[in-house]
Design a protein around this ligand. Structure first.
Ligand code: AMP
Length: 283
């Protein structure tokens, strides 16, 4: 059974039927232009829940940059075909005016998470993410929801929603799926040329290099400085941040102890396209 749903009304009817049948729902929210990273999330949902619902919605209110929103790739036909072949049951593809019939009054503030990493560079981004995810949770009432480690801070933000609002939803964090070059798969990669993609692969190379340095006992501030320098020496890439943080809280670490779990997080721009990546390591 596979069905495309475009209205909240139809979605609610489908959800009622699923709930009446006592089936458990796995939700995978996406912005489309699907790649193997997305499909990994969908496959896990299919394996772990009775009914899998994928959503495709380029959420305008989470974009702090108009150009980024306008250039965001849209490949609906191919997306639907992919979803159909891997066992997804429903795909919800609403228009923006269907989702935002009423302008949201709420403004979500995620506390310290607003002032670090992505929060610092994308003002209002997590409010947009939080609102759309809460809407999807309210509309779909999933038992479980799948998110990628690539957007690690997004996962922490959504975990905060689930914890703080006591939502009965199990969150699943899925490891990053990468290209052969190591570049984290991303819909935005579609806007990069072959040579841009090669330049972009230095992000992961630098994260791996940093991991090696930390494993060898090099101090955090030295590794951070050297990685920023390596980025600066690479032509065609502009680094926005490289930070070594606690993998759970995402707070900056100044020194490490054996047994620490760290996240090495980077954001960089190649050919005007902003890319993020991270690597979680155990010391
Ligand atoms: P997006 O369509 O970019 O909003 O992504 C939808 C979901 O897929 C988010 O939870 C992302 O973290 C996840 N995702 C995106 N890229 C990857 C990847 N390369 N590997 C694993 N998950 C990913």
């Amino acid at each position: 059974m596979f069905q495309i749903i475009r209205s909240k009304f139809d979605l609610k009817n489908v959800i009622r039927e699923i709930k009446n049948a006592n089936s458990r729902i796995g939700l995978v929210p996406t912005m489309g232009a699907l790649h193997q990273g997305h499909l990994k999330l969908v496959k896990l949902a299919v394996d772990n829940y009775d009914v899998t619902i994928v959503t495709i919605f380029v959420n305008p209110i989470q974009f702090n940059n108009k150009e980024d929103l306008n250039s965001y790739p849209k490949t609906e036909k191919a997306d639907v075909e992919l979803l159909q072949t891997i066992g997804c049951n429903y795909v919800f593809i609403p228009e923006a005016n269907e989702i935002y019939k009423n302008e949201p009054i709420l403004n979500l503030d995620f506390g310290y998470l607003e002032h670090i990493l992505e929060g610092k560079y994308r003002l209002g981004h997590f409010n947009g993410v939080g609102l759309i995810v809460m809407k999807l949770f309210g509309l779909i009432e999933p038992d479980g929801a799948f998110f990628g480690q690539k957007d690690l801070q997004q996962f922490r933000v959504i975990s905060a929603l689930v914890t703080d609002f006591e939502l009965p939803i199990k969150l699943h964090l899925v490891p990053i799926i990468r290209e052969q070059s190591g570049l984290a798969m991303s819909s935005r990669n579609r806007n990069l040329s072959v040579s841009d993609l090669e330049i972009a692969s230095t992000i992961y190379a630098n994260l791996k290099w940093a991991k090696g340095q930390l494993n060898n006992g090099v101090a955090i501030d030295i590794v951070t400085e050297e990685v920023l320098h390596k980025f600066m020496l690479t032509e065609g890439i502009g680094v926005e941040y490289f930070e070594i943080v606690d993998a759970q809280t995402l707070r900056l670490k100044s020194k490490v102890n054996a047994g620490d779990r760290l996240a090495l997080c980077a954001a960089a721009t190649v050919a005007g396209i902003r890319l993020i990546d991270n690597l979680i390591i155990d010391l």
